[in-house]
Design a protein around this ligand. Structure first.
Ligand code: NAD
Ligand code: MG
Length: 392
C-alpha cells in the first residue's frame, strides 16, 4: 500500500489524482490532502478519502477546518500554513508526494518532498522553473525519484531509455514538446486585443485550472515546459523544440541520432500521466478510454507563431540568461496572469510585463532558497510596478 500526500487536492490535477487513487484501493491511499482556502472542498474530500492529515495553506482558516471536519465526523489531524505543507511533504505521513499546487506557492513543499527521499510526482512546473538547480540538489540529497506528471515530460520520460539517461549517451538528438496552440491558435495579435479571461480559459482540449489555462493561451505554458525539460532531462535549450499539434494526441517526442522518433500517444486526459507516475515502473488502469486511431484520423503539426505568442521566446531568453532569470520570468508571469484574470491587464500586455521585468531585474546566481525567494519578491515588485504603469 502506497500512502500518497496530495498537495493541491482541490485542484484539477488533485481531482484527476484522486480519481486514479480511488480505482486502486488495494494499492494506494490518500493519506494527506491539502487545499489553499477551499475549506468546504477539502472537507468533502476528507469525508470520502479519510486522510490521516488535512492541511489548509491559509492559516486563518485552520479553526474553520477543524470545526467542519469534526462536524462531519472526520478524524484527520489538521495542519495549517506554509509550514504545515512542508511538514506534510517531508514527514512520515506518506511514501509519495504529488506536487499539484499551482505557482510559486508550491516551491517549498516540492523541495521538502525531494529532500525527504519520497517519490515525487511533479505537476507543479513553476517550482522547477524557479529552482531547477535547488530541486536537483534536494533530490540528490534525498535519494528519491522524480516522476514528471506534466503530460509532455511524462511522454518524454516514457520515450527515453530508463527514463532519464544521459542524452548524449542515449543517442538523443532533440526533445520535441507538443503544444495544442491553446484557444487562440491561428489568431493574429490584432484579434487578441480584447479577449477576456473566460475566452482565454476555454481550452479546446484540456480542462485545467485558470492559471495554467491562461498560460496555455499565451503559450507561456510551453515556455515554462521548455525550462522544465531543460532541468528534468539535462537538455540544452538547443536540444528542445516545440511544435504545435492541435489534436493533443501526441504528448511529445524524442528524436534519436539514427533518425528514429519515439512518441507517446493517448487521449488528452491527465489521468494517464498521473497513473504512470503512481505505478512506475508498472502500468495500471487510469480510467482513460482507449485511443481510437480511426476516429482520430488526422494528426496535424505546425510551427509556432512566435510573433503573436511572444512568451515562448521570452522563456528561451530567460533559459539562456540562466541564474534567477527563469524565476523572474515565472514571477512576472504569475503577477501578469493574476492581473489579467482580475480584469485589470489586457491579454497582450502579459508578454510586455514579462519582457520588461526580464530587462529590469538583473539575473544573479541561485545559491540558497532564501536568496531565491528574495529575488522572486524583487521580480514580483518590479512586475507590479510595470503592471501599474500599463493600466493607468
Ligand atoms: P488548480 O488551480 O486547479 O489547483 C491548484 C491547487 O493548488 C488547489 O488545490 C489550490 O487549493 C492549491 N493552491 C493554490 N494556491 C495555493 C497556495 N497559495 N498555497 C497552497 N495551495 C495553493 O491548478 P491545476 O490546473 O490543478 O494545476 C496545478 C499544477 O499542475 C500547476 O503547476 C500546473 O501548471 C500543473 N499542471 C496542470 C495540468 C492540468 O491539466 N491541470 C497539467 C500539467 C501541469
Ligand atoms: Mg503540459
Amino acid at each position: 500500500m502506497m500512502r500518497i500526500a496530495l498537495l493541491g487536492a482541490t485542484g484539477s490535477i488533485g481531482a484527476s489524482t484522486l480519481d486514479v487513487v480511488a480505482r486502486h484501493p488495494q494499492a494506494f491511499r490518500a493519506s494527506v490532502l491539502s487545499a489553499h482556502q477551499n475549506v468546504d472542498g477539502l472537507v468533502e474530500l476528507c469525508r470520502t478519502f479519510r486522510p490521516d492529515l488535512a492541511v489548509i495553506a491559509d492559516p486563518a482558516l485552520e479553526g474553520e477546518l477543524v470545526r467542519k471536519l469534526r462536524a462531519a465526523n472526520v478524524e484527520s489531524r489538521v495542519l495549517a500554513g506554509p509550514g504545515g505543507l512542508v511538514e506534510a511533504a517531508a514527514g512520515n505521513h506518506a511514501d509519495s508526494v504529488v506536487a499539484a499546487i499551482v505557482g510559486a506557492a508550491g516551491l517549498e513543499s516540492t523541495l521538502a518532498a525531494a529532500r525527504s527521499g519520497k517519490r515525487l510526482l511533479l505537476a507543479n512546473k513553476e517550482s522547477v522553473v524557479m529552482a531547477g538547480g535547488l530541486l536537483k540538489a534536494a533530490l540528490d540529497e534525498g535519494g528519491g525519484e522524480l516522476l514528471p506528471v506534466d503530460s509532455e515530460h511524462n511522454a518524454v520520460f516514457q520515450c527515453l531509455p530508463g527514463g532519464r539517461p544521459d542524452l548524449r549517451e542515449a543517442g538523443v538528438r532533440r526533445i520535441i514538446l507538443t503544444a495544442s496552440g491553446g484557444p487562440f491558435r491561428g489568431r493574429q495579435r490584432a484579434d487578441l486585443v480584447d479577449v477576456t479571461p473566460d475566452m482565454a480559459c476555454a481550452h479546446p482540449k484540456w480542462s485545467m485550472g485558470r492559471k495554467i489555462s491562461v498560460d496555455s493561451a499565451t503559450l507561456m505554458n510551453k515556455g515554462l515546459e521548455v525550462i522544465e525539460a531543460h532541468f528534468l532531462f539535462a537538455a540544452a535549450a538547443s536540444e528542445i523544440d516545440v511544435v504545435v499539434h492541435p489534436q493533443s494526441i501526441v504528448h511529445s517526442l524524442v528524436e534519436y541520432r539514427d533518425g528514429s522518433v519515439l512518441a507517446q500517444l493517448g487521449n488528452p486526459d491527465m489521468r494517464t500521466a498521473i497513473a504512470y507516475a503512481l505505478a512506475w515502473p508498472g502500468r495500471i488502469d487510469a480510467g482513460v478510454s482507449a485511443l481510437d486511431l480511426i476516429a482520430t484520423a488526422r494528426l496535424d503539426f505546425e510551427a509556432v507563431d512566435r510573433d503573436t505568442f511572444r512568451c515562448l521566446d521570452l522563456a528561451y531568453q530567460a533559459l539562456a540568461s540562466g541564474g534567477t532569470a527563469p524565476a523572474t520570468l515565472n514571477a512576472a508571469n504569475e503577477e501578469a496572469v493574476a492581473a489579467f484574470l482580475a480584469g485589470q491587464l489586457p491579454f497582450l500586455s502579459i508578454a510586455t510585463v514579462i519582457e520588461e521585468s526580464l530587462a529590469r531585474v538583473p539575473s544573479t546566481s541561485i545559491d540558497t532558497l532564501a536568496g531565491l525567494l528574495d529575488s522572486d519578491l524583487t521580480a514580483r515588485r518590479e512586475a507590479q510596478r510595470i503592471i501599474a504603469g500599463l493600466v493607468t
